[in-house]
Design a protein around this ligand. Sequence first.
Ligand code: NAG
Ligand code: NAG
Ligand code: NAG
Length: 512
Amino acid sequence: MGIYFLLLIVGLCWGQYHPNTLPKRTSIVHLFEWRWQDIALECERYLAPNGFGGVQISPPNENVIITDPKQPWWERYQPVSYKLCTRSGNETEFRDMVTRCNNVGVHIYVDAVINHMCGANAGAGDHATCGSYFNAKTEDFPAVPYSGWDFNDRKCKSRSGNIENYQDISQVRDCRLVSLLDLALGQERVRSRVAAYLSRLLALGVAGFRIDAAKHMWPADLRAVLDKLGDLNTQWFPAGTKPFIYQEVIDLGGEPIKGSDYFGNGRVTEFKYGAKLGTVIRKWNGEKMAYLKNWGEGWGFVPSDRALVFVDNHDNQRGHGAGGSAILTFWDARLYKMASGFMLAHPYGFTRVMSSFRWPRYFENGKDINDWVGPPSNEDAGIKPVTINEDTTCGNDWVCEHRWRQIKNMVIFRNVVDGEPFSNWWDNGSNQVAFGRGNKGFIIFNNDDWSLNVSLQTGLPAGTYCDVISGQKEGDFCTAVQVHVAADGMANFLIDSEDEDPFIAIHVDAKL
Ligand SMILES: *[C@@H]1O[C@H](CO)[C@@H](O)[C@H](O)[C@H]1NC(C)=O
Ligand SMILES: *[C@@H]1O[C@H](CO)[C@@H](O)[C@H](O)[C@H]1NC(C)=O
Ligand SMILES: *[C@@H]1O[C@H](CO)[C@@H](O)[C@H](O)[C@H]1NC(C)=O
Protein backbone atom coordinates (compact mmCIF):
# COMPACT_ATOMS: atom_id res chain seq x y z
CA MET A 1 0.00 0.00 0.00
CA GLY A 2 2.70 2.44 1.05
CA ILE A 3 4.89 1.60 -1.92
CA TYR A 4 1.91 1.77 -4.28
CA PHE A 5 1.06 5.21 -2.92
CA LEU A 6 4.66 6.36 -3.39
CA LEU A 7 4.70 5.10 -6.98
CA LEU A 8 1.47 6.94 -7.62
CA ILE A 9 2.98 10.22 -6.38
CA VAL A 10 6.12 9.75 -8.47
CA GLY A 11 3.91 8.87 -11.44
CA LEU A 12 1.99 12.11 -11.09
CA CYS A 13 5.07 14.30 -10.87
CA TRP A 14 6.57 12.71 -13.97
CA GLY A 15 3.42 13.11 -16.00
CA GLN A 16 4.84 15.39 -18.66
CA TYR A 17 7.73 13.02 -19.48
CA HIS A 18 5.67 9.85 -19.66
CA PRO A 19 4.15 9.36 -23.11
CA ASN A 20 0.81 8.19 -21.72
CA THR A 21 0.80 5.22 -24.05
CA LEU A 22 -0.59 1.91 -22.83
CA PRO A 23 1.97 -0.41 -21.19
CA LYS A 24 4.18 -2.18 -23.76
CA ARG A 25 3.30 0.34 -26.44
CA THR A 26 6.56 2.15 -26.92
CA SER A 27 6.28 4.21 -30.12
CA ILE A 28 4.05 6.75 -31.77
CA VAL A 29 3.67 7.48 -35.48
CA HIS A 30 3.35 10.89 -37.12
CA LEU A 31 0.54 10.59 -39.67
CA PHE A 32 1.58 13.82 -41.39
CA GLU A 33 -1.34 15.66 -43.05
CA TRP A 34 -3.73 12.71 -42.80
CA ARG A 35 -7.47 13.37 -42.59
CA TRP A 36 -9.08 12.66 -39.21
CA GLN A 37 -11.39 10.05 -40.69
CA ASP A 38 -8.44 8.12 -42.13
CA ILE A 39 -6.60 8.27 -38.79
CA ALA A 40 -9.65 6.87 -37.00
CA LEU A 41 -9.72 3.96 -39.44
CA GLU A 42 -5.96 3.43 -39.19
CA CYS A 43 -6.13 3.26 -35.39
CA GLU A 44 -8.74 0.53 -35.59
CA ARG A 45 -7.52 -1.53 -38.52
CA TYR A 46 -3.72 -1.26 -38.19
CA LEU A 47 -2.18 0.72 -35.33
CA ALA A 48 -3.93 -1.01 -32.43
CA PRO A 49 -3.40 -4.56 -33.74
CA ASN A 50 0.29 -3.81 -34.39
CA GLY A 51 1.09 -2.28 -31.03
CA PHE A 52 1.49 1.40 -31.92
CA GLY A 53 1.02 3.59 -28.86
CA GLY A 54 -0.29 6.72 -30.51
CA VAL A 55 -0.44 9.17 -33.36
CA GLN A 56 1.03 12.63 -33.72
CA ILE A 57 -1.47 14.52 -35.85
CA SER A 58 -1.00 17.68 -37.92
CA PRO A 59 -2.18 20.92 -36.28
CA PRO A 60 -5.97 20.67 -35.86
CA ASN A 61 -6.71 24.39 -35.49
CA GLU A 62 -7.81 26.79 -38.23
CA ASN A 63 -4.99 28.02 -40.46
CA VAL A 64 -4.55 30.55 -43.24
CA ILE A 65 -5.14 29.31 -46.80
CA ILE A 66 -2.11 30.21 -48.89
CA THR A 67 -2.60 30.40 -52.65
CA ASP A 68 0.95 31.22 -53.79
CA PRO A 69 2.29 28.57 -53.71
CA LYS A 70 -0.94 26.58 -53.67
CA GLN A 71 -1.73 25.25 -50.20
CA PRO A 72 1.78 24.28 -49.07
CA TRP A 73 2.12 21.89 -46.10
CA TRP A 74 3.50 24.78 -44.06
CA GLU A 75 0.26 26.76 -44.18
CA ARG A 76 -0.84 24.57 -41.27
CA TYR A 77 1.84 26.23 -39.17
CA GLN A 78 0.10 29.62 -39.66
CA PRO A 79 -2.85 29.73 -37.24
CA VAL A 80 -5.85 32.03 -37.64
CA SER A 81 -7.93 30.72 -34.73
CA TYR A 82 -8.29 27.78 -32.36
CA LYS A 83 -11.40 26.46 -34.07
CA LEU A 84 -10.94 22.80 -34.89
CA CYS A 85 -11.30 22.95 -38.61
CA THR A 86 -8.62 22.30 -41.21
CA ARG A 87 -8.14 20.35 -44.40
CA SER A 88 -7.85 17.25 -42.18
CA GLY A 89 -11.41 17.64 -40.99
CA ASN A 90 -13.90 19.51 -38.84
CA GLU A 91 -14.57 19.33 -35.11
CA THR A 92 -17.09 16.50 -35.40
CA GLU A 93 -14.56 14.39 -37.27
CA PHE A 94 -11.81 15.34 -34.82
CA ARG A 95 -13.90 14.21 -31.83
CA ASP A 96 -14.80 11.00 -33.62
CA MET A 97 -11.11 10.29 -34.33
CA VAL A 98 -9.97 10.90 -30.75
CA THR A 99 -12.78 8.76 -29.35
CA ARG A 100 -12.28 5.87 -31.74
CA CYS A 101 -8.49 5.83 -31.40
CA ASN A 102 -8.67 6.03 -27.60
CA ASN A 103 -11.25 3.24 -27.58
CA VAL A 104 -8.70 0.89 -29.19
CA GLY A 105 -5.85 2.11 -26.96
CA VAL A 106 -4.10 4.36 -29.50
CA HIS A 107 -3.64 7.87 -28.17
CA ILE A 108 -3.63 11.21 -29.97
CA TYR A 109 -0.81 13.80 -29.67
CA VAL A 110 -1.59 17.24 -31.05
CA ASP A 111 0.96 19.39 -32.85
CA ALA A 112 0.36 22.60 -30.87
CA VAL A 113 1.27 25.78 -32.78
CA ILE A 114 1.21 28.36 -30.00
CA ASN A 115 4.34 30.45 -30.54
CA HIS A 116 2.78 32.51 -33.29
CA MET A 117 -0.15 33.18 -35.58
CA CYS A 118 0.09 33.55 -39.38
CA GLY A 119 2.78 35.34 -41.35
CA ALA A 120 2.89 39.14 -41.39
CA ASN A 121 2.16 39.11 -45.11
CA ALA A 122 -0.85 36.80 -44.99
CA GLY A 123 -3.21 39.69 -45.80
CA ALA A 124 -6.71 40.36 -44.52
CA GLY A 125 -9.96 38.54 -45.20
CA ASP A 126 -11.53 35.20 -44.53
CA HIS A 127 -9.09 33.00 -46.48
CA ALA A 128 -8.79 30.57 -43.61
CA THR A 129 -9.81 26.93 -43.28
CA CYS A 130 -12.89 27.77 -41.19
CA GLY A 131 -13.63 31.04 -42.96
CA SER A 132 -12.78 33.20 -39.93
CA TYR A 133 -11.92 36.83 -40.63
CA PHE A 134 -8.40 38.03 -39.74
CA ASN A 135 -6.06 40.89 -40.55
CA ALA A 136 -2.37 40.04 -40.38
CA LYS A 137 -1.26 43.65 -40.88
CA THR A 138 -3.20 44.95 -37.87
CA GLU A 139 -2.65 41.66 -35.99
CA ASP A 140 -6.37 41.22 -35.55
CA PHE A 141 -7.69 37.69 -35.00
CA PRO A 142 -11.24 38.19 -33.68
CA ALA A 143 -12.03 34.46 -33.76
CA VAL A 144 -9.61 33.86 -30.85
CA PRO A 145 -9.67 36.85 -30.05
CA TYR A 146 -6.18 38.39 -30.31
CA SER A 147 -5.33 41.97 -31.20
CA GLY A 148 -2.13 43.97 -31.68
CA TRP A 149 -1.47 44.10 -27.92
CA ASP A 150 -1.14 40.33 -27.80
CA PHE A 151 2.05 40.22 -29.87
CA ASN A 152 5.72 40.77 -29.06
CA ASP A 153 6.44 43.63 -31.46
CA ARG A 154 7.41 46.05 -28.69
CA LYS A 155 9.60 43.46 -27.02
CA CYS A 156 11.56 42.43 -30.12
CA LYS A 157 14.85 44.27 -30.56
CA SER A 158 15.92 43.21 -34.05
CA ARG A 159 15.98 45.74 -36.88
CA SER A 160 13.58 43.87 -39.17
CA GLY A 161 11.30 42.50 -36.45
CA ASN A 162 12.35 39.00 -37.55
CA ILE A 163 14.90 36.70 -35.91
CA GLU A 164 18.21 37.72 -37.47
CA ASN A 165 20.75 36.27 -35.06
CA TYR A 166 20.43 32.86 -33.41
CA GLN A 167 23.22 33.77 -30.96
CA ASP A 168 20.87 36.34 -29.38
CA ILE A 169 18.50 34.49 -27.05
CA SER A 170 16.06 37.38 -26.69
CA GLN A 171 15.78 37.77 -30.44
CA VAL A 172 15.12 34.07 -30.95
CA ARG A 173 12.27 34.21 -28.44
CA ASP A 174 10.83 37.71 -28.83
CA CYS A 175 11.09 38.32 -32.57
CA ARG A 176 9.25 36.84 -35.51
CA LEU A 177 10.31 33.44 -36.80
CA VAL A 178 10.33 33.87 -40.61
CA SER A 179 7.77 36.72 -40.29
CA LEU A 180 5.25 34.71 -38.23
CA LEU A 181 3.41 37.06 -35.84
CA ASP A 182 4.96 36.32 -32.46
CA LEU A 183 2.49 35.85 -29.61
CA ALA A 184 3.28 37.60 -26.31
CA LEU A 185 3.24 34.53 -24.06
CA GLY A 186 4.62 36.71 -21.28
CA GLN A 187 1.12 38.14 -20.95
CA GLU A 188 -1.56 36.57 -18.84
CA ARG A 189 -4.30 37.13 -21.43
CA VAL A 190 -2.37 35.29 -24.14
CA ARG A 191 -1.42 32.46 -21.80
CA SER A 192 -5.07 31.99 -20.85
CA ARG A 193 -6.24 31.82 -24.46
CA VAL A 194 -3.58 29.28 -25.39
CA ALA A 195 -4.29 27.23 -22.27
CA ALA A 196 -8.02 27.28 -23.03
CA TYR A 197 -7.30 25.84 -26.49
CA LEU A 198 -5.06 23.07 -25.14
CA SER A 199 -7.43 22.27 -22.25
CA ARG A 200 -10.31 21.89 -24.69
CA LEU A 201 -8.25 19.30 -26.57
CA LEU A 202 -7.48 17.46 -23.34
CA ALA A 203 -11.15 17.38 -22.46
CA LEU A 204 -11.83 15.72 -25.82
CA GLY A 205 -9.35 12.95 -24.93
CA VAL A 206 -6.01 14.10 -26.34
CA ALA A 207 -3.00 12.56 -24.48
CA GLY A 208 -0.30 15.16 -25.05
CA PHE A 209 1.30 17.80 -27.20
CA ARG A 210 4.19 18.35 -29.53
CA ILE A 211 5.01 21.98 -28.80
CA ASP A 212 5.91 23.52 -32.16
CA ALA A 213 8.73 26.11 -32.18
CA ALA A 214 9.32 25.74 -28.41
CA LYS A 215 12.81 27.17 -28.85
CA HIS A 216 11.13 30.44 -29.83
CA MET A 217 9.30 30.74 -26.51
CA TRP A 218 10.75 31.43 -23.05
CA PRO A 219 10.70 28.18 -21.06
CA ALA A 220 9.05 29.94 -18.12
CA ASP A 221 6.28 31.35 -20.33
CA LEU A 222 5.60 27.88 -21.66
CA ARG A 223 5.65 26.56 -18.09
CA ALA A 224 3.02 29.14 -17.12
CA VAL A 225 0.76 27.92 -19.93
CA LEU A 226 1.27 24.25 -19.07
CA ASP A 227 0.55 24.92 -15.39
CA LYS A 228 -2.95 26.04 -16.37
CA LEU A 229 -3.80 22.78 -18.12
CA GLY A 230 -6.18 20.25 -16.71
CA ASP A 231 -5.56 16.51 -16.50
CA LEU A 232 -6.36 13.95 -19.17
CA ASN A 233 -9.93 12.80 -19.73
CA THR A 234 -10.76 10.11 -17.15
CA GLN A 235 -12.88 8.21 -19.68
CA TRP A 236 -9.58 6.81 -20.96
CA PHE A 237 -6.84 7.82 -18.51
CA PRO A 238 -6.29 7.41 -14.76
CA ALA A 239 -7.40 10.42 -12.71
CA GLY A 240 -4.66 13.02 -12.30
CA THR A 241 -2.71 12.11 -15.45
CA LYS A 242 -0.81 15.05 -16.94
CA PRO A 243 -0.42 15.53 -20.69
CA PHE A 244 2.76 14.22 -22.32
CA ILE A 245 4.83 17.19 -23.47
CA TYR A 246 7.57 17.10 -26.10
CA GLN A 247 9.01 20.35 -27.24
CA GLU A 248 10.47 21.14 -30.64
CA VAL A 249 13.87 22.53 -29.71
CA ILE A 250 16.38 22.36 -32.55
CA ASP A 251 19.73 22.16 -30.77
CA LEU A 252 22.56 20.78 -32.88
CA GLY A 253 25.08 22.53 -30.62
CA GLY A 254 26.66 25.89 -31.37
CA GLU A 255 23.78 28.06 -30.17
CA PRO A 256 23.14 29.52 -26.71
CA ILE A 257 19.65 27.96 -26.45
CA LYS A 258 19.92 24.34 -25.32
CA GLY A 259 17.44 21.50 -25.24
CA SER A 260 18.14 21.20 -21.51
CA ASP A 261 16.65 24.69 -20.94
CA TYR A 262 13.26 23.04 -21.52
CA PHE A 263 13.51 19.93 -19.32
CA GLY A 264 11.34 21.57 -16.67
CA ASN A 265 8.40 21.42 -19.07
CA GLY A 266 8.77 17.98 -20.59
CA ARG A 267 10.84 16.12 -23.15
CA VAL A 268 12.57 17.70 -26.12
CA THR A 269 13.01 16.58 -29.72
CA GLU A 270 16.63 15.39 -30.01
CA PHE A 271 17.59 16.56 -33.51
CA LYS A 272 21.19 15.38 -33.17
CA TYR A 273 19.84 11.82 -33.21
CA GLY A 274 18.62 11.69 -36.84
CA ALA A 275 21.45 13.88 -38.11
CA LYS A 276 24.12 11.62 -36.57
CA LEU A 277 22.40 8.33 -37.36
CA GLY A 278 21.99 9.40 -41.01
CA THR A 279 25.68 10.32 -41.17
CA VAL A 280 26.70 6.94 -39.70
CA ILE A 281 24.45 4.79 -41.88
CA ARG A 282 25.54 6.72 -44.98
CA LYS A 283 29.16 6.23 -43.83
CA TRP A 284 29.88 9.92 -44.29
CA ASN A 285 32.66 11.82 -42.49
CA GLY A 286 34.47 8.57 -41.69
CA GLU A 287 31.62 7.39 -39.45
CA LYS A 288 31.07 3.65 -38.90
CA MET A 289 28.35 1.66 -37.23
CA ALA A 290 31.00 0.31 -34.83
CA TYR A 291 31.01 3.79 -33.25
CA LEU A 292 27.35 3.30 -32.25
CA LYS A 293 28.47 1.21 -29.28
CA ASN A 294 27.90 4.14 -26.92
CA TRP A 295 24.93 5.59 -28.83
CA GLY A 296 22.78 7.92 -26.76
CA GLU A 297 24.10 10.24 -24.05
CA GLY A 298 27.61 9.13 -25.10
CA TRP A 299 27.07 11.04 -28.33
CA GLY A 300 26.19 14.25 -26.52
CA PHE A 301 22.44 13.71 -26.66
CA VAL A 302 20.04 14.77 -23.89
CA PRO A 303 19.28 12.12 -21.24
CA SER A 304 17.25 9.22 -22.60
CA ASP A 305 14.23 10.01 -20.42
CA ARG A 306 14.13 13.57 -21.78
CA ALA A 307 14.42 12.64 -25.47
CA LEU A 308 11.86 12.22 -28.22
CA VAL A 309 13.73 10.62 -31.14
CA PHE A 310 13.12 10.03 -34.85
CA VAL A 311 15.07 9.23 -38.00
CA ASP A 312 13.39 12.08 -39.88
CA ASN A 313 10.50 14.47 -39.33
CA HIS A 314 8.16 16.40 -41.62
CA ASP A 315 10.60 19.34 -41.78
CA ASN A 316 13.99 17.74 -42.24
CA GLN A 317 12.78 15.05 -44.67
CA ARG A 318 12.39 17.90 -47.18
CA GLY A 319 15.46 19.97 -46.28
CA HIS A 320 13.75 22.26 -43.72
CA GLY A 321 14.73 22.36 -40.06
CA ALA A 322 17.88 20.58 -39.01
CA GLY A 323 20.27 17.92 -40.22
CA GLY A 324 20.67 18.80 -43.89
CA SER A 325 21.33 16.09 -46.46
CA ALA A 326 22.49 13.56 -43.85
CA ILE A 327 18.87 12.93 -42.85
CA LEU A 328 17.59 9.57 -44.12
CA THR A 329 14.06 9.40 -45.50
CA PHE A 330 11.79 7.04 -47.43
CA TRP A 331 13.54 8.29 -50.60
CA ASP A 332 16.56 6.22 -49.44
CA ALA A 333 14.45 3.23 -48.48
CA ARG A 334 17.21 0.66 -47.94
CA LEU A 335 19.25 2.81 -45.57
CA TYR A 336 16.11 4.25 -44.01
CA LYS A 337 14.92 0.81 -42.94
CA MET A 338 18.30 0.09 -41.33
CA ALA A 339 18.25 3.40 -39.46
CA SER A 340 14.67 2.78 -38.30
CA GLY A 341 15.62 -0.74 -37.25
CA PHE A 342 18.53 0.56 -35.22
CA MET A 343 16.43 3.26 -33.58
CA LEU A 344 13.60 0.91 -32.65
CA ALA A 345 15.93 -1.77 -31.27
CA HIS A 346 18.03 0.66 -29.21
CA PRO A 347 16.77 1.58 -25.73
CA TYR A 348 17.58 5.31 -26.00
CA GLY A 349 14.69 7.81 -26.04
CA PHE A 350 11.01 7.67 -26.83
CA THR A 351 10.57 6.83 -30.51
CA ARG A 352 8.42 8.45 -33.17
CA VAL A 353 8.01 6.84 -36.58
CA MET A 354 7.45 9.12 -39.59
CA SER A 355 4.67 8.48 -42.11
CA SER A 356 4.88 10.69 -45.17
CA PHE A 357 3.27 11.61 -48.46
CA ARG A 358 5.22 11.51 -51.71
CA TRP A 359 5.85 14.83 -53.46
CA PRO A 360 7.50 15.72 -56.79
CA ARG A 361 10.96 16.23 -55.29
CA TYR A 362 13.14 18.10 -57.77
CA PHE A 363 16.60 19.46 -57.06
CA GLU A 364 17.94 22.59 -58.70
CA ASN A 365 21.38 23.70 -57.54
CA GLY A 366 21.12 21.40 -54.55
CA LYS A 367 17.73 22.70 -53.41
CA ASP A 368 14.42 20.89 -53.79
CA ILE A 369 12.22 23.47 -55.56
CA ASN A 370 9.11 21.49 -54.58
CA ASP A 371 9.88 21.32 -50.86
CA TRP A 372 6.67 23.28 -50.20
CA VAL A 373 4.23 20.87 -51.86
CA GLY A 374 1.30 19.91 -49.64
CA PRO A 375 -0.45 16.57 -49.20
CA PRO A 376 -2.02 14.63 -52.09
CA SER A 377 -5.12 16.67 -52.92
CA ASN A 378 -8.13 16.69 -55.18
CA GLU A 379 -9.03 19.53 -57.54
CA ASP A 380 -11.28 21.06 -54.87
CA ALA A 381 -8.20 21.18 -52.52
CA GLY A 382 -9.59 18.43 -50.31
CA ILE A 383 -6.89 16.07 -49.02
CA LYS A 384 -7.05 12.70 -50.78
CA PRO A 385 -8.08 9.71 -48.68
CA VAL A 386 -5.48 7.15 -47.67
CA THR A 387 -6.41 4.10 -49.73
CA ILE A 388 -5.12 0.66 -48.77
CA ASN A 389 -3.84 -1.70 -51.45
CA GLU A 390 -4.31 -5.45 -51.59
CA ASP A 391 -0.74 -5.94 -50.24
CA THR A 392 -1.41 -3.62 -47.23
CA THR A 393 0.64 -0.70 -48.66
CA CYS A 394 -1.02 2.67 -49.21
CA GLY A 395 -2.24 4.34 -52.41
CA ASN A 396 -2.83 7.95 -53.49
CA ASP A 397 0.84 8.84 -52.89
CA TRP A 398 0.72 8.13 -49.15
CA VAL A 399 4.04 6.44 -48.33
CA CYS A 400 2.94 4.80 -45.06
CA GLU A 401 6.45 3.95 -43.85
CA HIS A 402 4.79 2.69 -40.65
CA ARG A 403 3.25 -0.09 -42.73
CA TRP A 404 6.55 -1.21 -44.23
CA ARG A 405 7.02 -4.72 -42.87
CA GLN A 406 10.50 -4.03 -41.51
CA ILE A 407 9.42 -0.89 -39.64
CA LYS A 408 6.10 -2.27 -38.37
CA ASN A 409 7.89 -5.40 -37.11
CA MET A 410 10.53 -3.31 -35.34
CA VAL A 411 7.79 -1.30 -33.60
CA ILE A 412 6.61 -4.68 -32.27
CA PHE A 413 10.22 -5.67 -31.43
CA ARG A 414 10.57 -2.53 -29.29
CA ASN A 415 7.38 -3.42 -27.40
CA VAL A 416 8.61 -6.98 -26.80
CA VAL A 417 12.03 -5.90 -25.45
CA ASP A 418 10.68 -2.94 -23.43
CA GLY A 419 12.59 -2.57 -20.16
CA GLU A 420 15.36 -4.98 -21.17
CA PRO A 421 18.97 -3.76 -21.00
CA PHE A 422 21.24 -3.04 -23.95
CA SER A 423 23.41 -6.17 -24.06
CA ASN A 424 25.86 -8.40 -25.98
CA TRP A 425 27.23 -5.65 -28.24
CA TRP A 426 29.44 -6.91 -31.06
CA ASP A 427 31.14 -5.09 -33.89
CA ASN A 428 33.84 -5.89 -36.41
CA GLY A 429 35.46 -2.48 -36.08
CA SER A 430 33.62 -1.44 -39.22
CA ASN A 431 29.95 -1.47 -40.20
CA GLN A 432 28.94 -4.89 -38.97
CA VAL A 433 27.32 -4.56 -35.56
CA ALA A 434 24.93 -6.47 -33.34
CA PHE A 435 23.31 -6.09 -29.95
CA GLY A 436 20.68 -7.68 -27.79
CA ARG A 437 18.01 -6.54 -25.40
CA GLY A 438 18.45 -8.82 -22.42
CA ASN A 439 16.93 -12.22 -23.13
CA LYS A 440 14.09 -10.89 -25.31
CA GLY A 441 15.57 -9.77 -28.62
CA PHE A 442 18.66 -9.48 -30.81
CA ILE A 443 19.52 -7.49 -33.95
CA ILE A 444 22.49 -7.62 -36.33
CA PHE A 445 23.45 -5.32 -39.22
CA ASN A 446 25.81 -5.67 -42.16
CA ASN A 447 26.39 -2.22 -43.61
CA ASP A 448 29.82 -3.18 -44.94
CA ASP A 449 30.43 -4.05 -48.59
CA TRP A 450 31.33 -7.66 -47.86
CA SER A 451 29.35 -10.53 -46.45
CA LEU A 452 29.00 -11.28 -42.78
CA ASN A 453 29.30 -14.80 -41.35
CA VAL A 454 29.70 -14.86 -37.60
CA SER A 455 28.68 -16.76 -34.49
CA LEU A 456 27.47 -14.56 -31.64
CA GLN A 457 26.06 -14.68 -28.14
CA THR A 458 22.41 -13.56 -28.46
CA GLY A 459 21.37 -13.88 -24.81
CA LEU A 460 18.19 -15.59 -26.04
CA PRO A 461 16.65 -18.87 -24.91
CA ALA A 462 17.42 -21.83 -27.18
CA GLY A 463 15.16 -22.35 -30.15
CA THR A 464 14.38 -21.40 -33.72
CA TYR A 465 13.50 -17.78 -34.36
CA CYS A 466 11.87 -16.19 -37.37
CA ASP A 467 13.66 -13.07 -38.65
CA VAL A 468 11.15 -10.19 -38.63
CA ILE A 469 13.03 -8.22 -41.32
CA SER A 470 13.22 -10.58 -44.32
CA GLY A 471 9.71 -11.80 -43.55
CA GLN A 472 7.77 -12.64 -40.46
CA LYS A 473 6.06 -15.32 -38.43
CA GLU A 474 2.55 -15.98 -39.66
CA GLY A 475 0.77 -18.44 -37.43
CA ASP A 476 3.16 -21.35 -37.03
CA PHE A 477 4.84 -20.56 -40.31
CA CYS A 478 7.92 -18.42 -40.95
CA THR A 479 8.16 -16.57 -44.29
CA ALA A 480 11.71 -15.44 -43.51
CA VAL A 481 15.25 -16.48 -42.66
CA GLN A 482 15.33 -18.70 -39.57
CA VAL A 483 17.90 -18.33 -36.81
CA HIS A 484 18.81 -21.25 -34.58
CA VAL A 485 19.86 -20.29 -31.07
CA ALA A 486 21.78 -23.04 -29.27
CA ALA A 487 21.40 -23.98 -25.60
CA ASP A 488 24.29 -21.65 -24.70
CA GLY A 489 22.64 -18.68 -26.47
CA MET A 490 25.02 -18.76 -29.46
CA ALA A 491 23.69 -18.38 -32.99
CA ASN A 492 25.29 -18.17 -36.42
CA PHE A 493 24.37 -15.27 -38.70
CA LEU A 494 24.93 -14.92 -42.42
CA ILE A 495 24.14 -11.61 -44.11
CA ASP A 496 25.16 -10.86 -47.66
CA SER A 497 25.96 -7.20 -48.23
CA GLU A 498 23.81 -7.37 -51.38
CA ASP A 499 20.71 -8.44 -49.45
CA GLU A 500 17.70 -6.21 -49.95
CA ASP A 501 17.70 -5.51 -46.22
CA PRO A 502 21.12 -6.37 -44.77
CA PHE A 503 19.98 -6.86 -41.20
CA ILE A 504 18.27 -9.55 -39.11
CA ALA A 505 16.11 -9.08 -36.01
CA ILE A 506 14.75 -11.81 -33.78
CA HIS A 507 12.67 -11.69 -30.62
CA VAL A 508 10.93 -14.09 -28.29
CA ASP A 509 7.43 -13.38 -29.66
CA ALA A 510 8.57 -14.56 -33.11
CA LYS A 511 10.02 -17.87 -31.90
CA LEU A 512 8.83 -20.91 -33.81
C1 NAG B 1 -18.05 17.66 -40.74
O1 NAG B 1 -17.63 16.97 -41.90
C2 NAG B 1 -18.48 15.88 -42.22
C3 NAG B 1 -17.83 15.12 -43.36
O2 NAG B 1 -17.44 15.99 -44.38
C4 NAG B 1 -19.86 16.40 -42.57
O3 NAG B 1 -20.72 15.32 -42.90
C5 NAG B 1 -20.41 17.17 -41.38
O4 NAG B 1 -21.64 17.76 -41.73
C6 NAG B 1 -19.45 18.25 -40.94
N1 NAG B 1 -19.91 18.79 -39.68
C7 NAG B 1 -19.92 20.06 -39.42
C8 NAG B 1 -20.41 20.47 -38.08
O5 NAG B 1 -19.53 20.89 -40.22
C1 NAG C 1 34.72 -6.89 -40.30
O1 NAG C 1 35.49 -6.00 -41.01
C2 NAG C 1 36.87 -6.33 -41.02
C3 NAG C 1 37.57 -5.16 -41.63
O2 NAG C 1 37.39 -4.04 -40.83
C4 NAG C 1 37.10 -7.61 -41.73
O3 NAG C 1 38.48 -7.93 -41.73
C5 NAG C 1 36.32 -8.68 -41.04
O4 NAG C 1 36.38 -9.87 -41.78
C6 NAG C 1 34.88 -8.26 -40.87
N1 NAG C 1 34.28 -9.20 -39.98
C7 NAG C 1 33.37 -10.05 -40.35
C8 NAG C 1 32.83 -10.94 -39.28
O5 NAG C 1 32.97 -10.12 -41.49
C1 NAG D 1 30.47 -19.47 -42.34
O1 NAG D 1 31.49 -19.77 -41.43
C2 NAG D 1 31.51 -21.11 -41.02
C3 NAG D 1 32.51 -21.32 -39.90
O2 NAG D 1 33.57 -20.44 -40.04
C4 NAG D 1 31.78 -22.02 -42.22
O3 NAG D 1 31.75 -23.37 -41.83
C5 NAG D 1 30.69 -21.75 -43.25
O4 NAG D 1 30.96 -22.50 -44.43
C6 NAG D 1 30.58 -20.29 -43.60
N1 NAG D 1 29.43 -20.08 -44.44
C7 NAG D 1 29.49 -19.37 -45.56
C8 NAG D 1 28.22 -19.29 -46.37
O5 NAG D 1 30.49 -18.80 -45.92
